[in-house]
Design a binder for this molecule. Structure first.
Ligand SMILES: [Zn+2]
Length: 408
């Protein structure tokens, strides 16, 4: 093939292929040099200086595969003196990102949005560590373009998610209309959400009409302090609290059943039954469990009924009716004497206004559940994420504005 043809194929407009260094069954090495009429861009100030070329240095960068061969470009970079700081600087080449071409980096980032870094690395024949470095560089660059300034939400939800053991958390803010994570940060609580509101600025904060959250004190306080938004303790979290209370009762009774060697009860309370017990919709299987429990264990039976009863609050025709039903529920929960539900009744009493605010604005938080599941999967996919900043970027890549599917 003529060098001119390879140059055209390569499609790096300011560079030409000088020669083929080596071609094997696995790889192709090309020597690439700048077209001399194109002056170098200074990597320090991004300007063209027209000063004399001081020296040249060859760097090897990986490009996209060509005809089943890995492609390596041996690019000659020019060095010249920057007139700003009078230091020798290597030229900046816009088509490169570190030791890779930009298009190769993009390819890596597209792959990592659909699979693990390990799998992507295997597919491309590069190690995980390099996948991580390329991916992080790409995401950092995209974050500058797409996440700054922060998109202003009209309706938002805020939630925390554990990212490592020992209670390390990250906080995510979701625009519930676009269904995208728009901001996130390490940690949780008031100080973290304050950062988000500060970043938005006083004027932009006025646009926020409703904020859904798990009702945590810090999030409530920060939102009250910075916005006039309607605050909702959302359905998703209420459901989660109910499920957690029911599960706590199930676990306690399972322990007792094991001690007493009550095999029948053990079978019913076994953790593989958990999902049937927690389902909101009635089913034959759930009915059977309820029937057996009414004979075998009143505590779990009552806990299941209490959990199901709560649905009535949401099915109420209006806020006033819901308020009455919520009051009744709180009384029944306290009367039951079942500790996890007594504690929950106390929580729901303190946060009743926020629970009932869903009748003022039906903020959609179905997305919160989806995003939570996606983040959990992401965490499993990636060996712990020692690097929290990378984890935050990955959340944007999988659940937000850094997703490659948005730009194509
Ligand atoms: Zn310069």
């Amino acid at each position: 093939m003529h060098m001119k043809t390879i140059t055209e194929l390569l499609n790096l407009p300011k560079y030409k292929v000088k020669k083929v260094i080596e071609i094997t069954d696995e790889s192709l090495h090309l020597e690439v040099t700048p077209k001399e009429k194109e002056p170098p861009i200074c990597s320090a100030c991004m300007m063209v200086h027209n000063t004399k070329i001081h020296s040249r240095q060859e760097v090897v960068v990986e490009d996209m595969w060509m005809c089943n061969r890995k492609v390596f470009l041996h690019i000659v970079k020019r060095k010249s003196i920057c007139i700003e700081d009078e230091t020798i600087r290597t030229e900046h080449i816009p088509d490169l990102l570190g030791r890779n071409t930009k298009r190769f980096s993009e390819h890596v980032y597209r792959l990592t949005s659909i699979t693990t870094n390990k799998e992507a690395g295997w597919f491309l024949g590069i190690d995980d560590e390099r996948v991580y470095r390329i991916d992080k560089t790409m995401l950092e660059q995209l974050a500058k373009e797409r996440l700054d300034p922060v998109p202003i939400p009209k309706h938002m939800s805020v939630d925390e998610v554990a990212w490592q053991k020992w209670h390390k958390y990250v906080t995510n803010v979701v625009d519930t209309d676009s269904r995208m994570v728009i901001w996130n940060h390490q940690g949780r609580g008031k100080a973290v959400l304050d950062k988000f509101y500060h970043k938005l600025g006083k004027e932009n904060r006025k646009e926020i009409k409703a904020v859904a959250s798990d009702g945590a004190r810090g999030f409530l306080k920060s939102t009250r302090e910075h916005t006039d938004a309607l605050i909702v303790l959302d359905h998703f979290h209420v459901k989660m609290y109910l499920n957690n209370a029911l599960d706590a009762v199930r676990k306690e009774e399972l322990k007792k059943a094991r001690k007493q060697e009550n095999r029948e009860l053990e079978g019913i309370l076994h953790c593989n039954q958990r999902f049937i017990m927690m389902k909101n919709k009635p089913s034959k299987k759930k009915e059977n469990i309820l029937e057996t429990l009414s004979r075998l264990n009143q505590r779990v039976y009552e806990a299941m009924l209490l959990k199901d009863q709560f649905i009535e609050v949401y099915n109420a025709p209006n806020k006033k009716a819901a308020s009455v039903l919520l009051g009744k529920w709180i009384v029944s929960a306290i009367k039951s004497g079942i500790k996890p539900f007594v504690q929950l009744a106390d929580k729901f009493f303190r946060k009743r206004h926020y629970i009932l605010n869903i009748f003022e604005h039906r903020i959609s938080t179905a997305i919160s559940e989806g995003i939570n599941n996606k983040i959990k999967r992401l965490r499993r996919m990636a060996y712990g994420y020692r690097d929290v900043h990378y984890f935050l970027l990955k959340i944007h890549q999988h659940c937000g504005l850094l997703n490659p599917k948005l730009s194509t």
